[in-house]
Design a binder for this molecule. Structure first.
Ligand code: AP5
Length: 234
C-alpha cells in the first residue's frame, strides 16, 4: 500500500501554443503536488548549451522555430521518464507535439510504465490551455527569464520590481529567449497549427482532453487546473 500513497497526481500533459503559459503553470503544479516538470524545450535547450550530439542536431532547427525530429525527442523523453522521480506523477510540458509523439507516448505508457499498484500511473490527463492570438504575441515578446535562477517574467504582465533585473537573483540581468524574436514567432505558431493541433484531436477522441481558459490571469488559470486535478484524484 505504500506505493499507493506515494502516487501524487499521475501523468499530466499540458498542451498549448507557444506562450500559452505551459511553463508557468507547470512550475506551480510541480510545487503544489511535488511532481517533476518535464519540459522538452528546457531539456533541448540544456543539450544545446552542453553541446551534446542531441543539442548539436536540435540547435539550428530550434533557431528556425521548427520542431525537432520525433525520434530525437521521444528518445530524450523516454530516458527522462525512466528516472525514479516520476513514480509519483509528472508534468509533460511541450510534449507530445505531434500525433506521432502522442501515439508513441501511449505505447510507452502501456508497455513500459503502467503500474497497476498505482492508479495514478496510468493514462495522462491532458489539459489544453486556450489563449487568444494577440495575447500570445504579447506574452511571447514580453517574456524575460533570469539566467541564474530560471524565474520567468513578462514585461507586460509580470514585470520585475526593477526594469530587466531579477527580483530574486540579486542584480542578474534578465534575458529574452533566442526564439522569442518576432521573425521566429510566426514559424513556431505555424508549427503549432499544423503539427500540434492534431494532438488535441488525438486526445479528444480518447476522451482525455480538458480545455481551460488560458487567457485569464495566471492565478485564475492555476485555479482551473487544480480543480481539474482534484476532481480527477477524487
Ligand atoms: P518550448 O520551450 O516548449 O516552447 P513553446 O512551446 O514555444 O512554449 P513557450 O515556452 O514559448 O511558452 P509556454 O507555453 O511555456 O509559456 P510561458 O509559461 O513561458 O519549445 C521550444 C522549441 O523546442 C520548439 O520550437 C521546438 O523547436 C523544440 N521542441 C520542444 N518540444 C518539442 C517536441 N515535443 N517536439 C519537437 N520539438 C520540440 O509563458 C509565456 C509568457 O507569458 C511568460 O512571460 C509568462 O510570464 C507569461 N504568462 C504566462 N501565463 C500568463 C497569464 N495567464 N497571463 C499573463 N501572462 C502570462
Amino acid at each position: 500500500m505504500a506505493q499507493e500513497t506515494s502516487c501524487a497526481v499521475g501523468p499530466i500533459v499540458l498542451l498549448g501554443p507557444p506562450g500559452a503559459g505551459k511553463g508557468t503553470q507547470s512550475k506551480r503544479i510541480m510545487e503544489h503536488y511535488g511532481v517533476p516538470q518535464i519540459s522538452t524545450g528546457d531539456l533541448l535547450r540544456e543539450n544545446v548549451v552542453q553541446g551534446t550530439d542531441l543539442g548539436k542536431a536540435a540547435k539550428a532547427v530550434m533557431a528556425r522555430g521548427q520542431l525537432v525530429s520525433d525520434d530525437l525527442v521521444c528518445n530524450m523523453v523516454r530516458q527522462r521518464l525512466l528516472l525514479p522521480d516520476t513514480t509519483r506523477g509528472y508534468i509533460l510540458d511541450g510534449f507530445p507535439r505531434t500525433a506521432a509523439q502522442a501515439g508513441w507516448l501511449d505505447a510507452l505508457l502501456e508497455h513500459e510504465l503502467f503500474d497497476k499498484r498505482c492508479p495514478t500511473r496510468s493514462w495522462p490527463i491532458v489539459i489544453r490551455l486556450e489563449v487568444d492570438y494577440n495575447q500570445l504575441l504579447l506574452r511571447i515578446t514580453g517574456r524575460r527569464s533570469c539566467p541564474t535562477c530560471g524565474r520567468i517574467y513578462n514585461v507586460h504582465f509580470q514585470p520585475p520590481r526593477t526594469d530587466e533585473v531579477c527580483d530574486e537573483a540579486h542584480g542578474t540581468k534578465l534575458v529574452a529567449r533566442n526564439d522569442d524574436r518576432l521573425e521566429i514567432i510566426q514559424p513556431r505558431l505555424t508549427a503549432f497549427q499544423e503539427q500540434t493541433r492534431p494532438v488535441a484531436d488525438y486526445y479528444q477522441h480518447t476522451g482525455r482532453l480538458i480545455s481551460v481558459n488560458g487567457d485569464l490571469p495566471v492565478d485564475d488559470v492555476t485555479e482551473q487546473i487544480y480543480r481539474i486535478l482534484e476532481d480527477h484524484r477524487a
